[in-house]
Design a protein around this ligand. Structure first.
Ligand code: NAP
Length: 338
């Protein structure tokens, strides 16, 4: 059935300025890392994207390698765009990234100019777009001069293939170095995309300061710790869960210690009338440097519940203090070290 976006799609989602740029992003954005590959039902993917847009989610985050197989999330999202969103392109912020393994040989990953620009061209083809709104370096490359990777991002801008550029998975020192290079080139850095959730708190270790000092926005990924910061695993491991369906997580993360802390966090969530997932999103959004919380969802129901967090009351000092003993960095470290 053809799609017409909801008339009231801009009536409730708050939009936040990304750093000192002109770009506003929704407080909660949708990522397509998992749940949008060829292993998942296309109509479910389409329903999630439609529902997100109907509820004011203007920002959709992709990368060259999202799938499985790599590239299939961009291909499927491109199909959804073609079928449903042709007339809405100018209402959407679509991002992609290059950095991880995509094709064989020495030019298929990391940060060389050759790889970054070839990858962007491939992404645009899969998405069926002339440009992406944000193009990221997905990870720093220790063996390529930072000038070369930043130069490739600037070429993406100058050639009209991207409107803004961002960094992902760069630590505070790497971000500072990249910023200096971009500043010398006269190009602003729009955004940083770090991982941030109850169990991965590296963002607090200097990167927040760099973002604040330079007025750069951020969109934090995996705010639900891939489902571990939700009630998904409180009563066992469901057959349709990420633990069962992907290699990103395994049973060992659902340890007795994890369960004790997750139940305690769940109690805090309940005491303020939220689900654990909603509490987790609200918690990531408490820093002014965090522009948007970048969730994943495997169903429309999950998405709907998560988007409600965009309107939640901020956490009180007492609630933050109650959360603190349970927001343990490294508690579920299978994926922290990946
Ligand atoms: N830059 C990077 O290096 C990088 C890396 C990773 C991710 N990202 C970005 O961040 C996005 C989000 O990452 P993520 O998928 O790991 O995010 P997440 O929000 O931490 O986890 C999403 C998963 O949590 C579960 N979930 C979501 N809502 C739920 C709810 N209300 N109740 C119970 N379970 C719920 C679902 O798991 P089930 O599948 O089990 O239902 C869902 O697939 C990605 O799509 C991508 O755009 C970026």
């Amino acid at each position: 059935m053809s799609y017409t976006a909801a008339d009231d799609r801009y009536s409730s989602m708050p939009y936040v300025r990304c750093g000192h740029s002109g770009l506003l992003l929704p407080k909660v954005s949708l990522g397509l890392w998992n749940n949008f590959g060829d292993d998942r039902d296309f109509e479910t993917q389409r329903a999630i994207v439609r529902r997100a847009f109907d509820r004011g989610v203007t920002h959709f985050d992709l990368a060259n390698n999202y799938g499985p197989p790599p590239g299939s999330a961009e291909k499927n999202f491109g199909e959804i765009l073609r079928q449903d969103f042709g007339s809405y392109r100018d209402e959407m912020i679509i991002s992609s990234k290059a950095g991880f393994d995509m094709w064989p040989g020495p030019y298929g990953e990391w940060g060389s100019r050759k790889y970054v620009l070839a990858s962007l061209d491939q992404s645009l083809k899969r998405l069926g777009l002339d440009y992406v709104d944000i193009f990221y370096s997905h990870r720093p490359d220790p063996n390529t001069p930072m000038e070369e990777t930043m130069g490739a991002l600037v070429t993406a801008l100058d050639s009209g293939r991207a409107l803004y550029i961002g960094l992902s998975n760069y630590d505070a020192a790497q971000t500072t170095e990249a910023l200096e290079i971009l500043t010398d080139m006269g190009v602003p850095l729009l955004i940083h995309q770090p991982r941030y959730n109850f169990f991965d708190r590296r963002l607090e270790d200097g990167l927040l300061d760099v973002l604040r000092d330079n007025r750069i926005g951020s969109i934090v990924y995996s705010p639900l710790a891939q489902g571990l910061a939700t009630d998904r695993y409180l009563r066992g491991i469901p057959d349709d869960s990420r633990i069962r369906l992907t290699h990103w997580l395994d049973d060992s993360v659902v340890s007795p210690e994890y369960l004790a802390h997750a139940h305690a966090l769940n109690d805090i969530a309940e005491s303020r009338g939220q689900s654990l997932a909603q509490l987790a999103i609200t918690w990531t959004l408490r820093h002014p440097e965090v522009t948007s919380s970048l969730i994943g969802a495997s169903s429309v129901a999950q998405l709907d519940a998560n988007l409600d967090a965009a309107l939640a009351a901020p956490l009180t000092a007492e609630e933050l203090a109650a959360i603190e003993p349970h927001a343990i960095h490294g508690l579920v470290d299978k994926w922290l070290t990946e």
